[in-house]
Design a protein around this ligand. Structure first.
Ligand code: ZN
Length: 125
């Protein structure tokens, strides 16, 4: 299958190109994100996404310095989430008070005011 609507950071062609650019640098040293973006031919923002994806797959190690716009290759990040990572909302341990509310706190669908269970997702309210 060619093309399609695959997101750029999971697109294997871009992944390969970014990986080659990293390997060309010996997976070491400090490099401008812009340079890598120019080389690969995609936006710096997208390079970051591809990099984050490759890092998530443990194929490369790097740290992004958002102050200087530099990629520091070969440096392990022990804890930091990727730059653009947005944590998913934590699952609630207990439902929020629903008294007087007519929306399920779990799925957001409209429900009867005195319903004990959401008729859409089945959560106990
Ligand atoms: Zn629900």
């Amino acid at each position: 299958m060619l093309g399609g609507f695959q997101q750029i950071y999971t697109n294997s062609r871009f992944q390969k190109a970014v990986k080659v650019a990293i390997l060309d640098r010996g997976n070491t040293g400090t490099h401008k994100l812009e340079d890598i973006a120019l080389e690969v031919g995609i936006k710096p923002k997208d390079v970051l996404r591809v990099l984050a994806d490759l890092r998530a797959k443990a194929q490369i190690t790097y740290r992004f310095n958002s102050n200087t716009g530099e990629i520091i290759l070969g440096e392990k990040v022990n804890y930091a989430p990727a730059t653009e990572f947005v944590a998913p909302p934590k699952k609630l341990d207990a439902p929020l008070p629903t008294e007087g509310k007519s929306y399920c706190v779990y799925c957001g669908n409209k429900i009867g005011e005195n319903a004990q269970f959401c008729s859409f997702c089945g959560s106990k309210l």
